[in-house]
Design a protein around this ligand. Structure first.
Ligand code: UFG
Length: 335
């Protein structure tokens, strides 16, 4: 099978490309390098021994996207590309709506023209909003999101559902990620955020490496055992494998829209992450308690039962693996 992976040189995209190549998929990547670099293509080759064809076009350029479908006999698409910084999306909503929605619509239109109708979408747990129960299950449906970034994920899910209603030949998988961290165990690929990171693990890495001085822990007065927020962290390699399972499901099932949580089902607090990181890696992470961050929920984690039952997928890596692999990648980067 020939798969087009959009954003295939980014954090989750690159790990998914590796897993697809390991399963002998033929992989084509489109990535405009907005939040990634071409060197990742060579790293993927180093890990897998296989070559991927990379187009550095932008999904907003519909003609360029069409050319990719003309030149390659694509069977299915995994769509990662998009802006993803929650805070930035609050400041620049139009930029987020324009980019994330228009690029997806262009891609779907070109797919339709070429009669390619298998699609896996990179969605997020953020679409649940605040359902009043920290254990998120797919039957809860979409809630009120707290950022334009999250709203683009909701809107695209809706667009895909509408598309299926209009044409029952589509097979669509909506994968709702929890908090992806970690890196490939080779240390060759991982997360490289531009500028000062917003997310917890990238920030920890920069404090541990001495690039940033101190980690602010946003609030220790939440209604959780140690007062800090609880999230369901998932190793990016487990997450990548979930995409291969989702594709496999689309290839072997009736058409339709399939929705899955991809998380471990277990939550860890911010302090547990910091303490585990320090213990496993033998490094210090300077930290202090700071005020709460606007929009943060005290706790949420996945109910991953549906993915287990229907995709035969579950997370295999531990929090120790996530902390070790994240640091291993960072160490190689700063060597
Ligand atoms: N945190 C800190 N200090 C930091 C950064 C984060 O204490 O410097 C805390 C946050 O307050 C939160 C936890 O670490 O309690 C995790 O924060 P992240 O920013 O890493 O992740 P979020 O859970 O806020 O965001 C994630 C994804 C988003 C998604 C969102 C909601 O990154 O894409 O979940 O599902 F929208």
């Amino acid at each position: 099978m020939k798969v087009l992976v959009t954003g295939g040189l980014g954090f989750i995209g690159s790990h998914t490309v590796v897993e697809l190549l390991e399963k002998d998929y033929d992989v084509i990547v489109i990535d405009n390098l907005y939040n990634s670099e071409l060197a990742v293509k060579d790293k993927i080759k180093q890990i897998t021994g296989k070559e991927v064809k990379v187009y550095t076009d932008d999904l907003l350029d519909k003609q360029a996207v069409d050319k990719i479908f003309v030149e390659n006999d694509i069977d299915e698409v995994i769509h990662f590309a998009g802006y993803k910084a929650v805070g930035e999306s609050v400041r620049k909503p139009l930029m987020y709506y324009h980019n994330n929605l228009m690029s997806t619509i262009n891609l779907l239109e070109v797919m339709k023209e070429h009669n390619v109708k298998k699609f896996v979408f990179s969605s997020s747990a953020t679409i649940y909003g605040d359902p009043g129960n920290p254990k998120y299950v797919e039957t809860m449906g979409r809630g009120k999101t707290t950022s334009p970034y999250g709203t683009t994920k909701c809107m695209i899910e809706q667009i895909l559902e509408d598309l299926y209603v209009s044409d029952n030949e589509w097979s669509i998988s909506l994968l709702r990620y929890f908090n992806p961290i970690g890196a490939h165990e080779s240390g060759l690929i991982g997360e490289k955020p531009n500028g000062i990171p917003n997310n917890l693990m990238p920030y920890i890495l920069k404090v541990a490496s001495g690039e940033l001085e101190i980690l602010n822990i946003f609030g220790n007065d939440y209604n959780t055992p140690d007062g800090t927020c609880i999230r369901d962290y998932i190793h990016v390699v487990d997450l990548a494998k979930g995409h291969v399972c989702a594709l496999d499901k689309l290839e072997n099932s009736a058409s339709g829209v399939y929705v899955y949580n991809l998380g471990s089902g277990k939550g860890y607090s911010v302090l547990e992450i910091v303490n585990t990181f320090e213990r496993v890696n033998g490094v210090k992470v300077n930290h202090q308690i700071a005020p709460r961050r606007a929009g943060d929920l005290a706790e949420f984690f996945a109910d991953p039962t549906k993915a287990l039952n229907e995709l035969k997928w579950k997370t295999e890596k531990t929090l120790e693996d996530m902390c070790r692999d994240s640091w291993n990648f960072m160490k190689k980067e700063i060597e």
